[in-house]
Design a protein around this ligand. Structure first.
Ligand SMILES: C[S@@+](CC[C@H](N)C(=O)[O-])C[C@H]1O[C@@H](n2cnc3c(N)ncnc32)[C@H](O)[C@@H]1O
Length: 303
């Protein structure tokens, strides 16, 4: 929450905009938009950020014995263009389910988010447009990082001819980036009606409203990015069957999700397990899976 406070105060942006990427306590305070800036609490927050390695404490060259606070690589990750993911992951509605994980383990029944909010998360978004905006912008910020490496390492978009449907594409940022790089592709963002309605216009992308559990519009290729992990095995099979029906013979299905295979250990190991717990708290039966589990589900859906 200290990091959340720093983000809300735009401290990473203030430091990033400064010429030397470092400032004194007073210089940072002068850039804050408050009516009665509290220097001592600000210093305590900044010192916390130093021990969390978000900031560096640097000896001032101008005033011996005084310090400046400097930006780090981690701090750069918290600037405005990138912090939407943090605001989403730390939002009080998103985290409300986390307080009920133990009850779900003990008694089953309502999933943690449902116990906290009285409904499933997708229904909550439909009823709360502000939360929908926060969630979808957070997903865009998380997704931008994944999409950077998808677009760098995966070249299979090149051979798609015709329509690529991004199923559950949120506000359409991912399919927007794909068609920007591969303008020969006609992009469709297929989303629940209230999400498609709130999505911004994106060049080369048509927002189409619908429910992937019922049907998916005809496509030459389909993208399922961080979708299957939101659902239990039966629902995943249903979505995959609907994909199969929407595709022509020889069509292409692209799945982007975390691979929990223990052989795939890497720097994001703890993050993978953290996301799995987030899914336990937020969704009805969603979980991260191994590539072997995905293959089994694809086989059951007749792929
Ligand atoms: C975890 S987000 C993933 C968004 C995007 N694909 C990404 O990777 O950032 C899941 C998305 O699926 C959408 N969704 C959930 N249930 C759906 C359904 N039954 N039909 C269509 N979209 C759905 C949600 O509105 C949400 O935008």
């Amino acid at each position: 929450f200290g990091i959340k406070a720093a983000v809300l105060l735009r401290i990473p942006d203030i430091l990033s905009d400064s010429l030397e990427k470092s400032m004194s306590l007073e210089e940072i305070a002068a850039r804050l938009q408050g009516t009665n800036i509290q220097l001592a609490p600000l210093r305590r927050l900044l010192d916390y950020l130093v021990v969390k390695k978000v900031l560096l404490k640097i000896q001032s060259l101008e005033v011996p014995g005084e310090f400046k606070y400097g930006s780090t690589e981690l701090c750069e990750m918290l600037t405005e263009s990138k912090f939407a993911r943090l605001l989403m992951l730390q939002d009080e509605v998103v985290t409300s389910g986390w307080h009920h994980i133990h009850e779900f383990i003990l008694h089953g029944g309502e999933v943690p988010f449902q116990r906290a909010q009285g409904m499933f998360i997708w229904d909550y978004m439909e009823k709360n447009p502000e939360f929908l905006g926060l969630f979808s912008q957070g997903m865009v910020a998380i997704s931008n990082v994944t999409m950077d490496s998808v677009l760098q390492t995966y070249h299979g978009f090149d051979e798609i001819r015709g329509v690529l449907v991004d199923v559950g594409g949120g506000f359409g940022a991912d399919i927007g980036r794909v068609v920007e790089k591969y303008p020969h592709i006609a992009g469709v963002n297929y989303e629940l009606p209230h999400v498609a309605h709130a999505a911004p216009a994106i060049p080369g992308v048509r927002h189409v409203r619908g429910d992937m559990m019922e049907n998916i519009p005809p496509a030459d290729a389909i993208l399922l990015k961080t979708i299957l992990h939101d659902f239990d095995d039966d629902e995943v099979i249903l979505v995959l069957q609907n994909c199969y029906k929407a595709l022509p013979h020889g069509g292409k299905l692209i799945i982007v999700d975390i691979d929990m295979d223990p052989a795939e250990r890497g720097p994001f190991e703890s993050l993978k397990f953290a996301f799995d717990l987030v899914l336990l708290a937020l969704t009805k039966g969603g979980k991260e899976r191994t590539s072997v589990q995905f293959t089994e589900l694809l086989t059951q859906a007749q792929f």
